[in-house]
Design a protein around this ligand. Structure first.
Ligand SMILES: Cc1cc2nc3c(=O)[nH]c(=O)nc-3n(C[C@H](O)[C@H](O)[C@H](O)COP(=O)(O)O)c2cc1C
Length: 190
């Protein structure tokens, strides 16, 4: 075992509503972006990018979350809309993950680009943990809503994958069982 593997295996998601201040500094945020750019990336297409939601922009994002909730369920009551608004305020730091997927690249099929985005997300989560924070990526139906697509000015090839919340949490995160090695690692038999 070494420190990196122990760190990877100890990573645990914590609900955004429990990820309180302090959140990452600007320098730490830049390190997360640097780690994003270090993900494996066939053809160097750079399919993942991060959009940081500054805390003073959370109210504006709350309006978008509310619009997305109404889009999904036009009969949503006030409590449901308020819940949607609150979700935009959770997490000391909130980062949207945008994927740009080129459908017709002759060398790099879309699934490889999505895999690169997933690796970038993992790099952000692990970098956040390396600084002593906890983090979680969440999506929900809202990410494909027209309200959200318009708020992030997404082109047809762009997708809002989810929001990474990062913050401080001094409890013990819930221990989720991990699959045993013999289920994950097999030997090839012809
Ligand atoms: C792209 C993506 C979107 C996700 N969206 C949600 C979500 O909306 N709600 C949720 O509870 N978990 C979501 N998850 C799963 C959590 O982020 C987390 O991985 C899961 O709860 C397992 O916890 P762990 O990371 O501690 O193993 C998502 C994961 C990924 C990769």
């Amino acid at each position: 075992m070494n420190g990196i593997v122990d760190g990877i295996c100890a990573r645990r998601s914590v609900s955004p509503k429990r990820l309180i201040e302090p959140g990452p500094s600007l320098v730490e945020l830049h390190e997360m972006a640097r780690a994003t750019a270090a993900a494996p990336d066939h053809g160097r297409l750079g399919p993942a990018r991060l959009v940081h939601i500054q805390n003073e922009r959370r109210d504006a994002l709350a309006d978008v979350f509310a619009a997305a909730a109404l889009e999904a369920e036009p009969k949503s009551d006030t409590a449901r809309i308020e819940d949607a608004r609150q979700r935009s305020r959770n997490g000391a730091c909130l980062i949207a993950v945008i994927a740009t997927i080129t459908e017709d690249d002759p060398r790099v099929p879309p699934h490889e680009q999505w895999i690169s985005v997933g690796a970038a997300i993992q790099n952000v989560l692990l970098t956040a943990e390396s600084f002593g924070y906890r983090a979680k990526i969440v999506s929900g139906a809202r990410v494909t809503s027209e309200a959200m697509r318009s708020a992030f000015a997404l082109k047809q090839s762009e997708h809002l994958v989810g929001f990474i919340a990062v913050g401080s949490y001094d409890g013990e995160p819930k221990e989720l069982p991990r699959r045993p090695v013999d289920e994950v690692l097999l030997e090839w038999a012809e």
